[in-house]
Ligand binder design. Structure first.
Ligand code: SIN
Length: 278
């Protein structure tokens, strides 16, 4: 673990997650501070900041310190700024974005390396986000299961969560592309991926985007994938983040899953998100 001198890092669970203090994210931060934030992300997989004031231009400037901004292919809904996604919940929404376990946008050939989510408006209670450590999920498998998964590829698609056939826009305020020109994006990734920076192996499947294992039928894939979906979010691999206005969660999308809990149906919850290209 890193010895921090610029920031204070306090773990929030035994599995993953740490709260960072002693830094104003909107400031022009020096390289040492950015390096420590990056080290904290690698050490803890998801990091949280509290009581931040982050106008969108500063949000994007902070994001760029970690890489290029990823443009989301399904949230291009007429807003001029393509680099920012706004996730909105309103009273009565029957569904919310990200309410099942997933890593973001894994149907892309190169999925984003991370995301920075900033809370503009949050309910008094509810609407928390869960995160799960996919290194631990992999490492706790039996050797026989690890051997079986070695070299297996999984197919990922956005067919369930975007496009006219998905039906998601009728149920929620956060709208995605559903025009007739929309086509699914489909790519394959190893079920067990090696993290490019840590060199550690982690599970890289999720029930939102993964459709089946390459070379197998859906029926053949299902028992294996269903086992992995149950296993990868066991409570001992997780942490839970309670939002307040001004909170930030910054997750490493290469070794975590997350889930937005839809437990407060009468709330307004408004979030501003950027993603960092992989
Ligand atoms: C997401 O899946 O990126 C959204 C998470 C959240 O709204 O808590």
């Amino acid at each position: 673990m890193t010895a921090y001198t610029r920031i204070t890092v306090k773990p929030v669970s035994g599995a993953l997650g740490a709260e960072i203090s002693g830094v104003a994210v909107a400031d022009e931060l020096d390289t040492e501070t950015i390096n420590e934030i990056r080290a904290a992300l690698l050490d803890h997989l998801v990091i949280f900041f509290r009581e931040q004031d982050l106008p969108v231009d500063r949000h994007k400037a902070f994001t760029r310190r970690f890489g290029d901004i990823f443009i989301h292919p399904n949230y291009q809904l007429g807003q001029e700024d393509k680099e920012t996604v706004y996730l909105l919940r309103r009273p009565g929404d029957a569904s919310v974005a990200g309410e099942n376990w997933h890593a973001d946008t894994t149907m892309m050939e190169t999925p984003p390396m991370g995301a920075i989510l900033y809370a503009l408006e949050t309910p008094a209670f509810g609407g928390d986000t869960l995160f799960a450590n996919q290194y631990s999920a992999y490492e706790s498998l039996s050797d026989a299961m690890k051997d079986m998964l070695d070299g297996v590829m999984a197919v990922h698609s956005d067919i369930r969560i975007a496009g006219p056939q998905s039906g998601v826009n009728a149920k929620r305020s956060s709208q995605v592309r559903a025009d007739d020109q929309w086509r699914p994006t489909v790519n394959t990734h190893p079920v067990v991926r090696i993290h490019p920076e840590s060199g550690r192996k982690g599970l890289f499947v999720n029930p939102i985007y993964t459709t089946h294992l390459e070379g197998m039928s859906d029926a053949e894939s299902a028992p294996i994938l269903n086992f992995l979906y149950q296993h990868q979010c066991r409570p001992e691999f997780t942490c839970r983040f309670r939002w307040k206005p001004g909170s930030i969660a910054f997750w490493d999308n290469r070794c975590t899953l997350h889930l937005a809990i839809h437990d407060n149906h009468d709330c307004v919850r408004h979030m501003q998100r950027t993603q960092i290209a992989g």
